[in-house]
Design a protein around this ligand. Structure first.
Ligand code: AMP
Ligand code: DBH
Length: 555
């Protein structure tokens, strides 16, 4: 398809596709001073003017000031526009933690194009789904990730999707396959091309962890997201002296906005990019760049604690580190208590979701509250309900389903009416799928989960998505994917499989999944062949029984 006969998506995103906040709520959030009308393109111009000569980003030997980041984003925006990326276009961003990622994201915002945030670990299956569901016109990826060739992946994705017209490669594009090197897009900035999006329109899409079917697109507006960024930065005490180590993939909501790289740029601080979160890489960067704040998932925190305790990094000066944020999955109190004595910094627990609500422990919380709870919401306007299976509030302190509504929690996924009917109450509360109880301090404690998802060390896996991939194998009759406890990751995945005919080997089944292009973290850690699944009284597969079976030692 050529650029002219391609069906253009309406711009801005059609309100029929994304459930904006009702007027009275939007008015209240504006009146409270949360929704200020700031947009992402204005954010960059403003911070570039205010913090011009300060260092915005450090990526290995590369150091960009705020002015340089803005200049590069403007230059790239101009090139992307000439390539054919226009206001309202969706662009899948599949980049590791590099300066090119920041430059790309802000270039897209300049044009009013909407980033769709993939994770670097995503592969063919996820990218196809993101391109198709967002009707993306472009994909920006890197040349390689270690030994893996992202260019070949991108070519495959372009061949298998309808809407994708451009593949932009950060790094070596190679020749002959119509890939556009990011470097070739630099052009003299042309402000005539800049968009002026309305602040209450969709700015980008995050991706849900997935429960039923495939992950959903999460529409976030300038107003709602930038409120969460500013409020997070304030709550975490960020300022121009903040040096933030981005150890998790930047396109994930946690290192993006809680307070993440955007919170740091809001405050005029410096974002230091870590290519990976291993103690060897990350702790060396903490020392070299005098990092003050970083955010990790529990398994990474435990690796750092073990490494420092064992003395394998005892030569490292970590004295600049003031706060270690841990979130994304349950952080056990025993591990949480080790943070201050071992790393010599304060722990902050963060319990958030790409759909919105973010909870933080506060710096003035007593130590036991910081180690035993997952914090409380950012905003006085975050509404929290803890309810039973019939949506009735449970007695205070009892565990129940967490429902929430507020100034930065979405009211619906993008183009998912049926899913929305299940995931939101009639009056707009998001059903988080998390089981929480209120701690006497008022903070929340996450005690479990009701959604059909596995949380593998912070990486979310929708059981049904993996089950459907397994079911595609010709010898598989039925499949059920459940979480099994794991001392390091918190949870791992176990696939129970009922075969028909000849049973494939475990290895063959796993290779089949890999060949389908599933991200590595979604490949089951364990496969158990069974004759039949235990079923509930109404004849449904009893995942609870499967979990119980799989948790038994020796199975
Ligand atoms: P996602 O929907 O992929 O953005 O993941 C959000 C989910 O991660 C939450 O609904 C929780 O299930 C889980 N989560 C995030 N932070 C924490 C935490 N600190 N403790 C326990 N679970 C968490
Ligand atoms: O797990 C998450 O999605 C998450 C964790 C901490 C998140 O989205 C966030 C903070 O904003």
């Amino acid at each position: 398809m050529g650029p002219d006969d391609r069906p253009r998506t309406s711009r801005p995103v059609d309100p029929a596709d994304w459930t904006p906040w009702p007027e009275e709520f939007a008015d209240a959030y504006r009146a409270a001073g949360y929704w200020t009308g700031e947009t992402f393109p204005a954010f960059l111009s403003d911070r570039a003017a205010r913090f011009a000569d300060r260092t915005a980003v450090v990526d290995g030997p590369t150091r960009w000031t705020y002015a340089e980041l803005a200049r590069r984003a403007d230059s790239l925006a101009t090139g992307l526009s000439r390539l054919g990326v226009a206001e309202g276009d969706r662009v899948v961003v599949h980049l590791p933690n590099t300066a090119a990622l920041l430059e790309t994201v802000f270039a897209l915002f300049r044009l009013g194009a909407l980033p769709v945030y993939a994770l670097p670990a995503h592969r063919r299956s996820e990218l196809l789904h993101l391109v198709d569901s967002a009707q993306a016109v472009a994909l920006v990826t890197s040349d390689t990730q270690g030994a893996f060739d992202c260019r070949a992946l991108a070519v495959q994705v372009r061949e298998e999707t309808e809407s994708l017209e451009h593949v932009v490669i950060a790094g070596e594009a190679g020749d002959g396959d119509g890939l556009t090197p990011l470097e070739s897009l630099r052009a003299e900035p042309d402000p005539a091309l800049w968009a002026g999006p309305a602040p209450d329109t969709v700015a980008f899409f995050q991706i849900s962890g997935g429960t039923t079917g495939l992950p959903k697109l999460i529409p976030r507006t300038h107003d709602d997201y930038l409120y969460s960024v500013r409020a997070s930065a304030d709550l975490c005490g960020l300022g121009p002296d903040t040096v933030y180590l981005a150890a998790l993939p930047l396109t994930h909501n946690f290192p993006m906005s809680s307070p993440g790289f955007l919170g740091v740029l809001h405050a005029g601080g410096t974002v230091v990019l870590a290519p990976d979160p291993s103690p060897a890489t990350a702790l060396a960067l903490v020392e070299r760049e005098r990092v003050t704040l970083t955010a990790v998932v529990p398994p990474v925190a435990m690796l750092w604690l073990d490494a420092v305790e064992r003395g394998s990094h005892s030569g490292r000066d970590l004295s600049s580190l003031r706060t270690l944020q841990v979130g994304g999955a349950a952080f056990l109190p025993e591990a949480a208590r080790r943070v201050a004595p071992v790393l010599g910094c304060t722990l902050q627990q963060v319990f958030g979701m790409a759909e919105g609500l973010v909870n933080y422990t506060r710096h003035d919380d007593p130590d036991d509250v910081t180690t035993e709870t997952q914090g409380r919401p950012i905003s006085a306007h975050d509404e929290i309900l803890v309810v039973d299976d019939d949506d009735r509030p449970v007695p205070d302190g009892e565990p129940g389903h967490l429902l929430t509504r507020g100034p930065y929690t979405i009211r619906g996924y993008y183009r998912a009416p049926e899913h929305n009917a299940r995931s939101f109450t009639a009056d707009g509360f998001y059903r988080t799928g998390d089981i929480v109880r209120r701690h006497p301090s008022g903070n929340l404690v996450v005690t479990g989960r009701a959604k059909d998802q596995i949380n593998r060390g912070g990486e979310k896996i929708g059981a049904e998505e993996v089950e459907n991939h397994i079911l595609a194998h010709p010898a598989v009759h039925d499949a059920s994917v459940v979480a099994v406890p794991d001392p390091y990751l918190g949870e791992r995945t176990c696939a129970y499989v009922v075969v028909r005919g000849e049973r494939p080997t475990r290895g063959a089944l796993l290779s089949f999944l890999r060949e389908r292009g599933l991200a590595a973290y979604k490949i089951p850690d364990r496969v158990e062949f069974v004759d039949a699944f235990p079923s509930t009284a109404v004849g449904k597969v009893s995942k609870r029984d499967l979990r119980r079976t799989s948790a038994q030692p020796g199975t």
